[in-house]
Unconditional design. Sequence first.
Length: 104
Amino acid sequence: MKYAWTWNIKPECLDEYLEMHAHPWPEIMKAHHDAGFRNYSIFQNGCQFIYVFESDDAQASFDYVNNNEDCKRWNAITTKMIDTDFDGAIDSGIQYLHEAFYLE
């Protein structure tokens, strides 16, 4: 199944956020792969970022990365850059977008 959501990055954190995602840690990439994320892309529109991925079970994928020590270190840095409140887990601030159109 395909999922998407948006987050706004604080303007003062934009350069650092872009730099981290231009050079993600190898262990982060492995953890997301192991979690079952596929075809994961992030698109930028100013300070707004659109996240799109596929997963057979999004909750299980997020549970995996929320409990991965490398992802916890990464998220401790990046969640401070995101302009939203979190209830602990990185996926707590996500509201999935409705897919209005798809061309295969």
